[in-house]
Design a protein around this ligand. Structure first.
Ligand SMILES: *Cc1c(COP(=O)(O)O)cnc(C)c1O
Length: 423
């Protein structure tokens, strides 16, 4: 029996309606931008396996670092103990993070990184005897699937069943082109009430919403309003971090830096689940006290796992190499060329490019739902053609590993163009 069939007996997959979904494709091997299934069919991973893998599958450099760490110190508790990979990683991150970021807190995934940022914002004010418990977030945001992260997320069918059990989050429009002033006005009006602890956002690109993009200069205005009103800003860089936007972090495009940043996904080069939330000194000092109750009582068993830290250190080295920086520029150039070619296609509504991210919206008669028929038809077409792309409604986006070849990029573009003929 195939793995694909055996899988169905016990495995419950994410974001999957098992009654209508096809069996999961069983992948046996990955190398670079390619994956092979159990029938030896080849796929180009055009979305870097949910945006985690910049340096290619089964990367030897990261694998060696992991092996070396596993055979030196695989894990030790981080409560009361520390270790070299965590110290080195914190030092390395300080070199590339915005200079106002001074403290890092480890956890396991993007959702926990967000969860921690929100808890820290609330407790910071609680420690000072101030009641600020509400959060501001963008419409159609995605910040993860645990409770606080889910509350901050605005994609309705992800969260519908849990309304009423969530922290209070008020939404403002995203300052996309044409919506700049309504976004700013909405924030200015809201913030007067003085009970908000933080504003959380995906800087420059809303990934799960379909790579929706907006200008850094607009985000700068929103951040500066928050700063004036004593509301913390949280940049969720779980998707955008580590080169995706063409700079190390999307926040590198900003003049006003956020108070907190959430990192995960590409942090370990897509090898080991790990996340980091970073903070300013001011925030850390809100917890620094003779009173033990003012400490941050949050932790996960595998906090700062040495193997994850070693994988991250190896990843950062790859990211900073000239070769990888050139790859990012090369992919961006390819995307821009394809954009120029495809944007006048009669079935194309709009296109956008930032860094290694390309997105294209298909013209449709009706509003397409997130997991609707058009999306499924496109998804199946790409899979048949050996390309892993996960359209969002009528939006097709590409976010490849940075090591992808021009030839494979060409194949992705050509297949997207062909897909426009079947819709
Ligand atoms: C993926 C993602 C998350 C959630 O990360 P998980 O590791 O899936 O929990 C949070 N925020 C953003 C912007 C993401 O893209």
């Amino acid at each position: 029996m195939s793995l694909s069939i055996r899988d169905q007996k016990h495995n419950w997959h994410p974001y999957t309606q098992h009654k209508t979904a096809k069996p999961a494709i069983a992948i046996l091997k990955g190398e670079g931008a390619l994956l092979w299934d159990e029938n030896n069919k080849e796929y180009i991973d055009a979305i870097a396996s949910w945006w985690v893998n910049p340096f290619g599958h089964s990367n030897k450099f990261i694998a060696d670092a992991i092996y070396k760490q596993l055979t030196t110190l695989e894990h030790v508790l981080f409560g009361g103990f520390t270790h070299e990979p965590a110290v080195l990683l914190s030092e390395k991150l300080m070199e590339i993070l915005p200079t106002n970021q001074k403290k890092i807190f480890f956890s396991d995934n993007g959702s926990t990184a967000v969860e921690i940022a929100i808890k820290v914002a609330m407790q910071y004010f609680y420690n000072k005897g101030e009641k600020k418990t509400k959060i501001i977030a963008f419409e159609n945001a995605f910040h993860g699937d645990t409770f606080a992260a889910m509350a901050a997320s605005g994609i309705s069918f992800f969260t519908e069943a849990f309304q009423g059990s969530l922290i209070e989050v008020i939404r403002i429009p995203v300052p996309t082109q044409g919506n700049e002033s309504i976004s700013i006005e909405a924030l200015e009006n809201l913030i007067k009430t003085n009970d908000f602890a933080a504003f959380i956002f995906e800087p420059l690109v809303q990934g799960a919403a379909g790579m929706v993009m907006y200008e850094g200069s607009e985000l700068d205005k929103l951040i500066s309003i928050c700063k004036k009103n004593n509301v913390f800003t949280i940049a969720d860089e779980v998707m955008t971090g580590f080169g995706k936007t063409g700079k190390n972090f999307a926040c590198d495009y900003l003049e006003h830096k956020p108070d907190m940043m959430c990192l995960s996904k590409a942090l370990t080069g897509g090898t080991i689940p790990m996340a980091i939330t970073t903070f300013t000194q001011e925030i850390f000092e809100g917890f620094y006290d003779d009173d033990v109750n003012k400490a941050l009582f949050h932790g996960h068993t595998f906090t700062a796992n040495p193997t994850g830290c070693a994988a991250s250190l190896a990843s950062l080295e790859l990211l900073q190499s000239e070769e990888m920086q050139n790859n990012i520029v090369r992919i961006n150039k390819n995307h821009l060329d394809f954009q120029k070619h495809i944007q006048t296609h009669p079935k194309v509504k709009t296109t956008r490019v930032l860094g290694v991210i390309f997105a294209l919206e298909i013209k449709t008669e009706n509003q397409e739902s997130y997991y609707g028929n058009l999306r499924n038809k496109l998804y199946d077409f790409f899979i048949e053609n050996g390309i892993i792309l996960r359209p969002v409604g009528n939006i097709v986006y590409v976010l490849p590993p940075y090591i992808i070849s021009n030839l494979h990029l060409e194949k992705i573009y050509k297949t997207i163009e062909e897909a426009l003929e079947i819709v």
